[in-house]
Ligand binder design. Sequence first.
Ligand code: ADP
Ligand code: F6P
Length: 321
Amino acid sequence: MKRIAVMTSGGDAPGMNAAIRAVVRTALHYKIEVYGIRQAYAGLLNGDMHLMTSRDVSGILQKGGTILQTARNEEFKTAQGQRKALRRLNENGIEGVIVIGGDGSLRGAMALERIGIPVVGVPASIDNDIYGTSMSIGVDTALNTILDALDRLRDTATSHNRAFLIEVMGRNCGYLALMSGILGGAEVVITPERSVAMEDVAAQMGDAYVRGKSHAIAVIAEGAPYKTTDLLTFLNSKNLGFEIRLTILGHIQRGGNPTAFDRLLATRMGVNAMERLMSGEHHIMVGLNGREIVSVPLEDATSKEREISEDYYRMEHILSR
Ligand code: ADP
Ligand code: F6P
């Protein structure tokens, strides 16, 4: 193998840069050339790729976002788009690709495999919704960002005797909501997988008031079955004791310098992905299993559901009273 390419795709996640750096430096160490594809599958279709040197990845280890940028692209989902992508890769003599991204991006990686390009995927998405890895790159940083915000909101909530609804990211997956709820001491957690009826949210918040709590916090994943604004309207129509405020954290959760955990995870996954690709392994994603970086078939990573341990829900229930 003489030349490979690397891209970051889907929603950006803190630690993507650390992964790019690890891939590029590992490839160069083994005398393999690396092309950086800018703006993911969109850039691939436009032939927007260039040779990277070790200096191109200097000073990026600690930076959020991605120097290669990212994009979403519909054309690549079509057979015609994929043939165009194959042509671009052939034009540039690229023999393998490392795709750093979320589950959608990994489905794109499967499409590359189907047209004959060896691919290794690296899971990066703050949602932690990818099967086959206990943690994806960016999750730990996002969780710390949420906790920082939650701690601040609790300060002001307590000062005013208020309840707060805090909406966090997670389109289909409640990991961030559940973990930040447990670690931030929330009274209620609402996830796409396990909703709480509005009446029950009102009951739990009203109960927190009568038990003498100085505040009440509900963490809601964006993919919950109802909108946080509707929940706010509903709770305002009840007499809970607390005044209620809503904060939607939004894209703040995606930015920022990666934590030590994310830098280490991204670095290990980047090195491991490159070493597997050059030794002939492909059609896989690298994942964290216990303390080991393992490989998972791309089919599994893209078709199976990553489930949140029942234990965390139980813990949340016990500790929130
Ligand atoms: P994420 O990787 O964060 O889950 P998306 O779901 O938006 O983000 O996917 C990122 C990109 O991956 C899409 O815009 C598209 O270009 C590509 N992609 C997603 N699903 C497929 C698919 N089934 N086939 C080919 N490409 C896909
Ligand atoms: O997949 C990660 C994620 O952060 C989701 O939680 C969220 O729904 C989505 O990306 C938002 O992405 P964007 O605003 O980039 O479309």
